[in-house]
Design a protein around this ligand. Structure first.
Ligand SMILES: O=c1[nH]c(=O)c2[nH]c(=O)[nH]c2[nH]1
Length: 309
């Protein structure tokens, strides 16, 4: 927030345009199209105190102009670029173009349109919607200082065995039995920080951020499941979460921290009995009641310990 002292008060303020929806097609000579759908939100920290206290809008960047800038910059980008690069380009524009703007915060969410395959063949211009969503938040200051965070939302993962939960605190309210056999299911929300601290430090490699997103998604899923034959045992969601975070940090030196939110979406054993029939359904690791509420909420952030200078 931009913060100023006025009338004996502190005023903290920002303004921007939320959820600007954009579709962009890049067409190649060969007839192969690339398509993205992005929802862009912009928030500017700027010196526009007069608008709040003196009814003077002369220092205001209109949020309508911010919206137009999204489309104008999208038009300018003749080549496919990652949503992180697009967010950086926009944020850089706001901080360098407007003297009043000190910091720009740009977030982008990407709808997961994936190329369609017909009989194993990639379609030139047909796309179908996948499930999980790529997200990013970019903060650019006038000085060129930069923070890039990327993430994933709605990565739904489930395995039917190789999971348990035992040895937890038992007291007079505990009903849950120890188990070494259960379904474990979650919908991962991840966000990871890149170490680049200035505009000049960003890798020039085209689509660098897009590739890294796909890599991280793959590593998260692979670590959750374990090898295709036999999998890997999960003693708790906490343990699996830590393995997932650790594997991402070990695999990618260019990621400095990762936050994972992994709700434990319970699949309850089904046992149904009546007075006459004590075993209408007797649970034998086969019939479950899927639930969404309540769910366990398990989250953690794992960061590299920075070497002392
Ligand atoms: O993996 C789990 N972690 C918990 O903290 C927890 N608590 C619970 O009731 N079941 C589970 N499972």
């Amino acid at each position: 927030m931009a913060s100023e002292k006025i009338d004996g008060f502190t005023l903290e303020q920002r303004h921007g345009k939320a959820r600007v929806r954009l579709g962009r097609v890049w067409r190649s000579q060969s007839g192969r199209h690339i398509f993205v759908e992005w929802t862009v939100s912009i928030s500017l920290l700027s010196n526009c105190l007069a608008a709040y206290v003196r009814d003077d809008n002369s220092d205001i960047v209109a949020t309508d102009s911010m919206k137009n800038t999204v489309y104008a910059k999208a038009k300018e980008c003749a080549q496919q670029l990652s949503m992180e690069e697009f967010a950086i380009k926009l944020a850089k524009h706001f901080t360098s173009f407007y003297q009043q703007v000190t910091t720009a915060i740009v977030t982008v969410e990407e709808k997961p349109w994936e190329r369609a395959y017909i009989d194993g063949q990639p379609h030139d211009h047909g796309f179908k919607r996948g499930s999980e969503m790529h997200t990013t938040e970019v903060i650019v200051e006038k000085s060129g200082a930069l923070q890039v965070t990327s993430g994933i939302q709605g990565l739904a993962l489930l395995k039917t065995t190789q999971a348990g939960f035992e040895g937890f605190i038992r007291d007079k309210y505990t009903a849950l039995a120890d188990t070494r056999e259960r379904i474990v299911a979650t919908e991962v929300t991840a966000s990871w920080r890149y170490p680049f601290e200035s505009l000049s430090g960003i890798p020039l490699q085209p689509l660098y951020f897009t590739e890294r997103y796909l890599d991280v998604k793959k590593v998260l899923a692979e670590t959750f499941f374990g090898p295709p034959r036999g999998g890997v045992y999960s003693p708790s969601v906490q343990s699996t979460l830590y393995q997932m975070a650790k594997t991402v940090l070990n695999r990618f030196p260019d990621i400095s921290s990762i936050q994972l939110k992994m709700p434990n979406l319970h699949f309850l054993p089904v046992n149904i009995s009546s007075k006459d029939n004590p075993a209408i359904v007797k649970f034998d690791d086969d019939v479950y009641l899927p639930t969404s509420e309540p769910h366990g909420s398990i989250e953690a952030t794992v960061s590299r310990i920075r070497a002392k200078m």
